[in-house]
Design a protein around this ligand. Structure first.
Ligand code: HGY
Ligand code: MN
Ligand code: MN
Length: 425
């Protein structure tokens, strides 16, 4: 990968070997089983942050961790008191996920830091390299927690409000790994202390691969509305209970699952994605009619009104099914994040840089949520995508070629320095 020449300071060439070594190191920090399992607010996530912090300290950067579990490394700029420009992503994963979701962006940030240090490259603004905590919504239902705290979207009360499948609140999980949920207000970023932020992330879709393009520039990030539907029927003997005398929570859940899919597939919802990804059944016995079923609903869209309307319609349809079947229904809102349109001017800086480096790119929306969705609330933010093989993510088969990550890193480095140059005015 050719080093991105900037001003009169040619950056060293991005090292694919270093990128691979970092990816391997983070992938090893996983619970047993297929793929990578490094859930938020577990010792494994903290170990990953420790690796990030130690590597950045070795480069001579100042590193601090906040009460939310985020880790920020900083390389001073030449202008004292200037606001910072940042880059980074998250280090937690979904259960049995891939090696690249979040990690690719943190590894890219680490490689950029190394290129700047090795090349003794000056920049006006302080550069900050960030590893966010608890980005994934897989464990607690709500996503972008570390970045949400940093950007003022979440406070201590929110951390007591969500529980994982074992009934542990996020605050309890945070305390169990040495974080302090009561002190997260101190982790809030001061918007005047930031001038810009770029996140590199795998696409988690197949647009770039199908287009044969190695880089994506994100124009909008989908929002997400996540709910839990709690169905209460009547557990009873599968042999002794005739069909017309049942209150079968599983049968009701089955109808609802198909309705969730159906709403997202009708003509009014082009672009909406709605998914039931988790379903638990009580008592879960072969010879007992299901008395209770809990299911998750995840609605994604780049259109905020359509996203919320879809969630409401799903609850409406589920209520009608439950009523007809004599089943109790309680709908619980777990999390709701609006879609975000990223500032065109930041994307323009990255696009100009890509064109200067003769790097082909494609502008596209993000189907997944990202920390940039939260950072973008207080800092001008851009996202660089690199391709996902077969569009697969959140699964062990998730894969992105090192050459693509290296090319994205090269662009990230040059774009950060171009952002620095333009903002230095
Ligand atoms: O769920 C998401 O969209 C992201 O991977 N947290
Ligand atoms: Mn991610
Ligand atoms: Mn993810």
């Amino acid at each position: 990968v050719s080093g991105a020449a900037v001003a009169d300071h040619p950056l060293a060439t991005v090292s694919a070997q270093r990128i691979d070594a970092l990816l391997d190191g983070f992938a090893a920090l996983s619970a047993p089983g297929p793929g990578v399992t490094r859930l938020c607010h577990t010792p494994l996530e903290r170990q990953a942050h420790d690796v990030f912090a130690a590597t950045m300290r070795e480069l001579g950067l100042h590193v601090r961790s906040d009460a939310a579990g985020n880790t920020v490394a900083e390389r001073p700029g030449t202008r004292v008191g200037a606001p910072a420009i940042g880059t980074g992503s998250h280090l937690d994963s979904v259960p049995h996920g891939g090696r690249f979701d979040g990690v690719a962006g943190v590894v890219a940030a680490m490689e950029v830091a190394r290129l700047l240090v090795d090349g003794d490259v000056p920049h006006v603004h302080p550069l900050r390299f960030v590893a966010f905590a608890a980005e994934e919504g897989a464990r607690f239902g709500r996503a972008m927690n570390g970045s949400g705290i940093a950007c003022g979207a979440l406070g201590p009360a929110d951390l007591d409000a969500v529980r994982d499948a074992d009934g542990i609140t996020m605050a309890e999980a945070m305390r169990s790994v040495g974080l302090d949920p009561a002190a997260v207000a101190a982790a809030r970023w001061d918007p005047t202390d930031w001038a810009g932020f770029l996140e590199l992330h795998i696409e988690q879709g197949s647009v770039l691969e199908r287009a044969g393009v190695g880089v994506g520039l994100v124009d909008a990030i989908s929002g997400s509305t996540r709910m839990a539907l709690h169905l209460t029927g009547r557990a009873s003997h599968t042999g002794g209970t005739p069909m017309h005398l049942r209150a079968d929570a599983m049968a009701a859940a089955a109808e609802i699952v198909l309705q969730v899919e159906g709403v997202a597939c009708d003509d009014r919802h082009r672009g909406t994605r709605a998914t039931v990804g988790r379903l638990t059944v009580e008592p879960g016995s072969i010879t007992t009619i299901a008395g209770a079923v809990d299911l998750s609903v995840d609605v994604r869209d780049v259109d905020a009104d359509r996203q919320r309307a879809t969630a409401a319609e799903i609850v409406g349809r589920a209520s009608a099914i439950a009523r007809r079947r004599g089943i109790g229904l309680r709908a619980e809102m777990l999390a709701d994040a609006a879609p975000v349109v990223l500032p065109t001017w930041v994307r323009g800086v990255v696009a100009d840089t890509a064109e200067r480096l003769d790097v082909g790119y494609r502008v596209l929306p993000s189907g997944a949520s990202h920390d940039s969705q939260m950072v973008g609330r207080i800092v001008p933010t851009g996202m660089i995508f690199v391709p996902s093989r077969d569009g697969i993510s959140h699964a062990p088969q998730e894969w992105t070629a090192t050459a693509d990550i290296a090319a994205g890193t090269d662009l990230l480095a040059a774009a950060l320095l171009e952002l620095d140059r333009r903002l230095a005015g």
